[in-house]
Design a protein around this ligand. Structure first.
Ligand code: NAP
Ligand code: GCO
Length: 266
């Protein structure tokens, strides 16, 4: 009898996780590898690539690492060409690389605003544009864009980041519109507040922002990178063939919740 779990297996698939040397990307890459995929990760710092290779190795994963800058179209072409030559053509792409710069709009240099958009929004366009032609030739593929709950919300000081992630939500839907006919499913994962280097300054007891996140998150905890892995495997697998243009929020319920204070109904 056909077993549905076979639909979640990624054996024989080649996956690229951009910026997958740490944090959320690293965890998702581990999950895809455990599901059978051959994993490639890139970064812009050789030391991080070396450290990641060791970390993956400890987990028994033979990762292919490569240095290229996702914001530089020529460097992306060079990097992807090396992957195609040494590993094979990519069938799963997770556009994970990202940064955040927090500043009030009036104090934020335009160049900082542009850099955040370049990495978080323009680079998924660049990398996907380079990878999709081979997906089309090969009969299909999967793209997962790492959005954010800031694809839905604004917040003081993250105007560049929210603009980029809001744009990435709609870029995801446009990629779906243009590439679905080629059996390419393009979806987003929208993490809530997850412990990583981007948020480590907040996730400390009694930090005002930590108190806000705890109050707003019905799960009453910060997310861990591992909380995203099941969704990543699902959206990278045959189990999600009819899921397209969807942003799957992994946020402990925060987007469903206006907020609650003790005693509000007294
Ligand atoms: P992270 O550990 O800093 O991961 C981001 C990765 O992107 C880093 O490895 C970074 O490399 C890489 N990167 C940055 N610029 C690059 C470039 N130009 N070319 C290639 N790689 C580049 O932080 P994270 O929290 O895991 O973030 C991963 C993704 O999740 C980001 O898109 C972020 O916006 C998103 N996200 C995070 C949260 C959260 O709460 N943590 C929530 C929602 C969404 P270097 O370290 O060498 O610069
Ligand atoms: C912030 C946080 C958020 C998270 C995440 C939420 O400053 O508000 O860094 O932006 O990183 O994107 O989904």
């Amino acid at each position: 009898m056909h077993n549905i779990l076979n639909k979640f297996k990624l054996n024989g698939k080649i996956a690229l996780v951009t910026g997958g040397t740490s944090g959320l990307g690293f965890s998702m890459a581990v999950g895809l590898a455990q599901a059978g995929a051959k994993i490639c990760v890139n970064d812009i710092r050789d030391q991080k690539l070396e450290d990641a290779k060791k970390q993956f190795g400890i987990l028994g994963i033979d990762v292919f690492t490569i240095n290229f800058d996702v914001t530089d179209e020529a460097d992306v072409d060079r990097g992807i060409s090396i992957i195609e030559k040494k590993v094979g053509e990519i069938c799963i792409l997770i556009n994970n690389a990202g940064i955040i710069k927090r500043s009030p709009i009036l104090e934020m240099p335009v160049d900082d605003f542009k850099q955040v958009l370049d990495i978080n929004l323009v680079s998924p366009f660049i990398v996907s544009k380079r990878v999709v032609p081979s997906m089309i030739r090969n009969g299909g593929g999967k793209i997962i864009n790492i959005c954010s709950m800031m694809s839905e919300y604004g917040r003081n000081s993250v105007s560049a980041y929210a603009s980029a992630k809001g744009g990435l939500k709609l870029l995801t839907k446009n990629m779906c519109c243009e590439w679905a006919k080629h059996n390419i499913q393009v979806n987003g994962i929208g993490p809530g507040y997850i412990k990583s280097v981007l948020t480590e300054n907040f996730a400390k007891r009694d930090h005002p922002f930590n108190n806000l996140v705890m109050m707003r998150t019905p799960a009453n905890r910060w997310g861990e990178p591992e909380d995203l892995v099941g969704a990543a495997v699902f959206l990278a697998s045959e189990a999600s063939q009819f899921v397209n243009g969807h942003i799957l929020y992994i946020d402990g319920g925060i987007l469903a919740n206006f907020g609650y204070v003790e005693g509000e109904n007294n």
